[in-house]
Design a protein around this ligand. Structure first.
Ligand code: FAD
Length: 518
């Protein structure tokens, strides 16, 4: 079957022949899926969640399966300069899933290709084979509703694809225990930059397996992932407690994530910074978990500063557990924590609702228009060694009035990350995820968004200048020197892997790490 080519409004003959190259039926590049060109392609893949980059791809391909994707890569290899970007759900901030004048593979068309639960032959651990283009939200629902099972490691928000988060890391409040999502897959099917469809794992084609995990889309396009599962709990007790002092907040958070025995800690540990004031978005009202709960600021000591800290916790339980059993477990754990008396909020909700908790924020942001406006987000990993300095300079000064959205800060353990993957993380055993999730109002001017971008750059520059042990998460750099610094002593391995699996630098050009070879 020959590809179905949609609105064919191409600017010139060169573009027309390049698209003809992917759709020709010469036995190599015959695409079974759909090819979309012109303005319709730009509508689909010309922008992303960040809303600060706009490009015009040559075409968007909606593949049927890995053979189509291999066909696209081979067509690009035959061309002089075409590149190929896999697009998950386009939730990048800085154009990472874009390809200016190139081909974009819209992975959503493959979302339903795989869904099969199985058990590891050794220890019987359950897993699910899912598509790289599947949304985590759908993986969650099917695993829990059909099998009573669930992936162990999540992101906060689930409108993201399996391939997209595995190309970065995938972190949330379970990462301290199970590692990032990249530590919770045992096998991948990948289309490499050579146009080969390869199955890889720790023992089979292991170099490709570890390259692709956290590989920023540079080494291959993930078409299937084998994700480890655990029995899903029925319910979660979701708790927030407030601190005025950063050192008390970090001491408790680090204590919770460092417990060896699972029953000595919560199942989910995150934290965030918020403004010590009544601002509805950035301040006290953002903390209570239920409309009936009030934040009583008279509980705060006089000495409290410009910002406060909140530890966010989750405890799993089953419907068969009595209320008093759950209360006892919570009280035992929470009794050790030194939060402000009277500033504790909690609700019980189903596990699925808990894992999907950010969907509510998405709905609200869509109503008030801030889902569509630009999102100049900054995500970093900052070593425990430097997090107090970071707090003093960034949280207490630079962003003390808030960012219009969450400011996350919570500890992770290096030992739960696999050094063989491509992700770059700081040196120390404990490091913090820091996320400034900026939302700007609908009426904001371009210049005010630019100011936020500049502030992000200032924060990164401050980290560099002060020798902070940090790495950007979901990194975005403009110069080769910055990429070299980002990867540090792993840069040469990253380059070697590129030479092995994508020697012509076809893949993920939006990351701006390598230039397409001709
Ligand atoms: P895209 O943005 O489409 O792609 C990201 C990169 O991966 C691109 O370079 C692309 O070419 C490449 N890529 C996409 N699919 C594949 C594939 N199948 N194979 C190989 N490469 C591929 N991250 C967290 O870790 N934790 C969070 O809690 C979290 N919350 C978020 C909440 C929101 C509202 C948003 C917008 C983002 C959040 N993220 C979080 C960041 C998220 O992990 C990244 O945006 C990530 O890129 C996934 O998004 P995506 O699936 O849309 O991928």
């Amino acid at each position: 079957m020959i590809a179905y080519i949609e609105p064919y409004f191409l600017d010139n003959d060169a573009e027309a022949s390049a698209v003809a190259g992917i759709s020709s039926s010469d036995g190599v590049s015959d695409i079974q899926g759909t090819i979309i060109c012109g303005g319709a392609a730009a509508d689909i893949a010309g922008k992303d969640f960040g809303g600060m980059n706009f490009v015009k791809p040559l075409a968007v391909v909606r593949p049927v399966g890995p053979e189509d994707i291999a066909g696209v890569v081979k067509a690009a290899l035959r061309s002089e300069k075409l590149t190929v970007a896999a697009r998950g759900n386009g939730h990048s901030i800085n154009g990472q899933a874009m390809s200016e004048g190139g081909l974009v593979v819209d992975m959503s068309s493959t979302a339903e290709n795989h869904f099969e639960v199985g058990f590891c032959s050794g220890d019987g651990t359950a897993f699910v084979d899912v598509s790289g283009g599947a949304l985590w939200e759908n993986v969650l629902k099917r695993c829990v509703l059909e099998y009573g099972l669930a992936p162990r490691s999540w992101t906060d928000y689930l409108g993201l694809t399996v391939g997209g988060t595995l190309s970065n890391a995938g972190v949330s409040g379970q990462t301290f225990r199970y590692g990032p999502q990249t530590s919770n897959v045992t096998e991948l099917e990948v289309v490499t930059g050579n146009g080969d469809v390869v199955t890889c794992s720790e023992i089979e084609n292991s170099e490709l397996f570890y390259s692709v995990l956290g590989g920023l889309g540079q080494f291959g396009i993930i078409t299937r992932a084998r994700v480890l599962l655990q029995p899903a709990p029925d319910m979660v007790r979701w708790i927030r407690v407030v601190y005025t002092e950063f050192d008390e907040f970090t001491r408790d958070a680090e204590w919770l994530v460092s417990q060896k025995d699972e029953s000595s800690s919560f199942d989910y540990v995150e934290g965030f910074v918020f403004v010590n004031g009544d601002d509805p978005v950035n301040g006290w009202p953002s903390i209570p978990l239920h409309p009936d709960h009030d934040f009583d600021p008279t509980r705060l000591p006089q000495s409290s500063g410009s910002v406060l800290y909140c530890l966010e916790l989750g405890l799993h339980y089953m419907n068969s557990d009595s209320n008093s059993t759950v209360d006892k477990r919570v009280d035992k754990l929470i009794g050790r924590l030194r939060f402000v008396d009277g500033l504790r909020f909690e609700i019980d909700l189903s596990y699925v609702d808990f894992i999907l908790r950010v969907k509510r924020s998405e709905e609200i942001a869509k109503v008030n228009g801030t889902w569509e406006t630009p999102h100049p987000w900054l995500n970093l990993f900052v070593s425990k060694r430097d997090i107090a300095d970071f707090d003093r300079t960034v949280f207490k000064e630079l962003v003390k009035n808030g960012v219009g959205g969450p400011m996350l800060v919570y500890p992770l353990l290096r030992s739960r990350w696999d050094d063989r993957t491509s992700v770059a993380i700081p040196e120390g055993e404990i490091f913090y995820l820091v996320a400034l999730l900026r939302f700007v109002p609908r009426c904001a001017k371009a210049s005010s968004v630019e100011k936020l971008v500049v502030q992000n750059q200032e924060i990164v520059q401050w980290c560099v200048k002060n020798g902070i042990d940090f790495k950007l998460y979901l990194p975005h750099y403009k110069s080769p020197e910055e990429w070299i610094r980002h990867f540090g002593n792993r840069w040469s391995r990253f380059v070697d892997r590129k030479t092995m699996f994508d020697p012509m630098a076809i893949l993920s050009p939006g990351q701006k790490i390598f230039n397409r070879s001709s």
